[in-house]
Write a protein that binds this ligand. Sequence first.
Ligand SMILES: Nc1nc2c(c(=O)[nH]1)N[C@H]1C(S)=C(S)[C@@H](COP(=O)(O)O)O[C@H]1N2
Ligand SMILES: [Mo]
Length: 337
Amino acid sequence: MLIQIPPRSHCPSSEITPESLYLSRRRFLGAAGTALGAAALPAWALADDAPRYPGVEPGSPPAWLAQKLPGTRWQAVEAPGEAITPYRDASHYNNFYEFGPDKGDPAANAGQLPTEPWTVRIDGEVGKPGQYALEDLIRPHALEERIYRLRCVEAWSMVIPWLGFPLADLLKRVEPTGKARYVAFETLVDPEHMPGQRSHFALLDWPYREGLRLDEAMHPLTLLAVGMYGRVLPNQNGAPLRLVVPWKYGFKSIKSIVRISLTEQQPYATWNQRAPGEYGFYANVNPAVDHPRWTQKRERRLPNSLFSPNLRDTLPFNGYAEEVAGLYAGMDLTRDY
Ligand SMILES: Nc1nc2c(c(=O)[nH]1)N[C@H]1C(S)=C(S)[C@@H](COP(=O)(O)O)O[C@H]1N2
Ligand SMILES: [Mo]
């Protein structure tokens, strides 16, 4: 059963995607007491194990996630006026070159990737380096739901409810030394399960690597995600652990992380290395700096089609300027793009 809510005044109904017509369980229960009355409650809203996003399968959460879900702070960060992208689009229109270059390749090929057990190596300029089992890494952190815009450098975008915790909280636990100035990340290498890594024509050199300045990594918006849409991450979205940096182009948000290193020097970053004139190290979403081959002034919000491209203006820092512009005070963002 769908519950319809009136679109917000600054969000024309033509831009509302189907998922925005779902009320979250909590908001629905809140509203039920006033306007709707208990009789209007659908069965799924009353069941304790109701999926948070109706129609989204829980995806058999591993034990470490199932234990943490009850303590989750739902909608710790919202995207006011934005409609959440349908789960189907967010999980079937992906960039994850380890599984192939086409948008449908990750959903088609990532299913067999073993994500349990999973170990993350933390090293470099830290007081507590080590090989951490994923569940030990997650255990001390309460999960939060954060609804963020995701803007790919290719000029498409989505709005995704992530589940995760601030990267800053993890970094503080491992105690960066006084020399640490950057954070470097690496994705798994597993050619047996990642066909894109087997190809002799592979576009990228593996592992996929990314990096942030330490202050960017410590910013409260920077998230380590373990889930989305109230469930475990599908493999194609970067299970079991990925980065989400909402004010930067999507390629910074590295998937299936196996290594986090604190460094003195600016780290290697895969796309930046491959085409430095097209992809900067900073990669802040910026409508004033075009990609050499296309404009960044506008974006195609999913879902869309050839006939209905669902275009909208791209916002500086993807709409998070108030929170993050200060990180770049005094920098020339046309040079440090
Ligand atoms: N390891 C790895 N991480 C990656 C990529 C990739 O190819 N490999 N693609 C990036 C790009 S270009 C984007 S836009 C986002 C897409 O995330 P999504 O598929 O969950 O929407 O993942 C980023 N993280
Ligand atoms: Mo991207």
